[in-house]
Ligand binder design. Structure first.
Ligand code: URA
Length: 435
């Protein structure tokens, strides 16, 4: 078999066989196939798509490109959660300790920032000394000991996805249903999830720009879940404006901690409660979704969720004194406000543009070897639908470089749009698929 023939076949819009998919996935993982050839194939898949059979074959080839964890030894149902990506999406940091505090074991392998979206691993690594790369045995032990572990893909789990994820990011081939579905589901299968709750984001700051595309992605992942015997449900959530107020790694950890203390912005609250209610249900810990939401709110109020977050951090080697005293986190050198130039109602805060601006400030990577600047980002002071007075603060830019700061200050004026008319607040939950 030759890689060049596989590229030609997909370039011409034909379907690949299981053998051809296995060949390129294993060849790329072990270094036998050159990156430029895989890049060409990925671009061909991006344009010509894949059938559902090809997508499932790709998912399984990626899932079995490394170790596949068997978490049945834990003796409990392992329910995993994953988001298709967003801006200001700190949901995992809040939701996973929260459901773990209700007895749902969490064994979570997260990703780094991708394109204009942030990644949970980068956020966790902004907590001093938090270890995201731990050996498999330690990962499992952590789940056994404190009921939760959140790690990166540094283990030999779905290594093909790890390489393809970074490659897709560097050649602008992220927004593809078969590539996103196989990336997410391969990780979930490899990390031993028995049931899966997916947050499928929709809108400007998501990879799926409309409901039709988002439903297609959701259905594809649910189908893969069925074929691999993993019950999967998808909640469709709004990503037109950033989720919550903060975008940037340390800034989001601070906001997530505040959320766990009970200070949750309405959109974050709705997404956390919706996803959590399904996680608890799939874990057989509560049939009634509304009652599950009440239990979650109780564990925020009584401090158990925050305590679980600290237990998680401490167990991964992190320094909880930063969480206990959020002032301890290092701050960016420049923190500058942006003022409204007129009174009115906030009509739009384009989350893709905000994500790109945060990335430009250093919160994300241009190249995979780039280092993240944890302190920088954007903190909104207003959300869509809020009233605003002339000269009121719309947002703060946190930067460590003066030129970047000046650029962000100019650019953000185009991104936050104020209307003279009344504007309705965005809906956080847009739909549900599966179950
Ligand atoms: N999250 C992933 O893990 N993979 C993607 O391709 C997109 C979002």
């Amino acid at each position: 078999m030759r890689m060049i023939d596989i590229i030609e076949k997909k370039r011409d819009g034909k379907s690949l066989t299981k053998q051809e998919i296995d060949f390129f996935v294993s060849g790329y993982t072990n270094g036998d196939i050159k990156e430029y050839q895989v890049a060409a194939l990925i671009m061909a898949i991006f344009f010509n798509g894949m059938t559902s059979r090809e997508t499932t074959d790709l998912t399984l080839a990626m899932a079995y490109s490394g170790e596949v964890l068997d978490l049945s030894t834990l003796g409990k149902i392992i329910v995993d959660k994953h988001s298709t990506g967003g801006v200001g999406d700190k949901v995992s940091l809040i939701l996973l300790p929260l459901v773990s505090s209700l007895g749902v074991p969490i064994a979570k392998m997260s990703g780094r920032g991708l394109g204009f979206t942030g990644g949970t691993v980068d956020k966790l690594e902004s907590i001093p000394r938090y270890q995201t790369g731990v050996p498999v045995q330690q990962f499992i032990k952590n789940v056994q000991k404190v009921g939760i572990s959140m790690i990166s893909q540094t283990l030999n789990l779905a290594p093909a996805d790890k390489k393809l994820y970074a490659l897709r990011d560097s050649i602008s081939c992220v927004e593809s249903i078969p590539l996103i579905a196989s990336s997410i589901m391969s990780k979930k299968i490899a990390s031993g999830a028995q049931k899966i709750v997916l947050d499928v984001t929709v809108g400007k700051g998501a990879f799926m720009k409309d409901m039709e595309q988002a439903k297609k992605l959701a259905d594809t992942m649910i189908q893969i879940g069925k074929l691999s015997n993993r019950e999967t449900v998808c909640v469709l959530t709004n990503m037109n404006e950033p989720l919550g107020y903060s975008v940037g790694n340390t800034l989001e950890v601070i906001e997530a901690t505040e959320c766990l203390k009970g200070n949750m912005p309405e959109d974050v609250k709705q997404v956390v409660l919706e996803l959590g209610s399904y996680m608890i249900k799939l874990a057989n810990k509560g049939e009634n979704l509304e009652e599950n939401k009440i239990k979650m709110l109780e564990n925020i109020k009584n401090g158990k969720a925050l305590a679980k977050f600290m237990e998680l951090i401490e167990n991964q080697g992190g320094d909880i004194s930063y969480i206990q005293n959020l002032e301890k986190f290092p701050k960016a050198k420049y923190i500058e406000p942006i003022y409204a130039t007129k009174s009115g109602c906030v009509q739009e805060i384009d989350s893709k543009e905000i994500g790109k601006l945060a990335g430009m400030l250093g919160a994300g990577r241009d190249k995979k070897e780039d280092k993240i600047d944890y302190e920088v980002g954007i903190v909104l002071n207003k959300k869509v639908g809020d009233e605003v007075e002339e000269n009121e603060v719309l947002a703060y830019i946190h930067a460590n470089n003066e030129d970047k700061m000046q650029y962000a200050l100019q650019k953000i004026k185009e991104v936050i749009v104020i209307s003279d008319q009344f504007v309705e607040k965005e809906k956080a939950i847009l739909g549900f698929c599966g179950g």
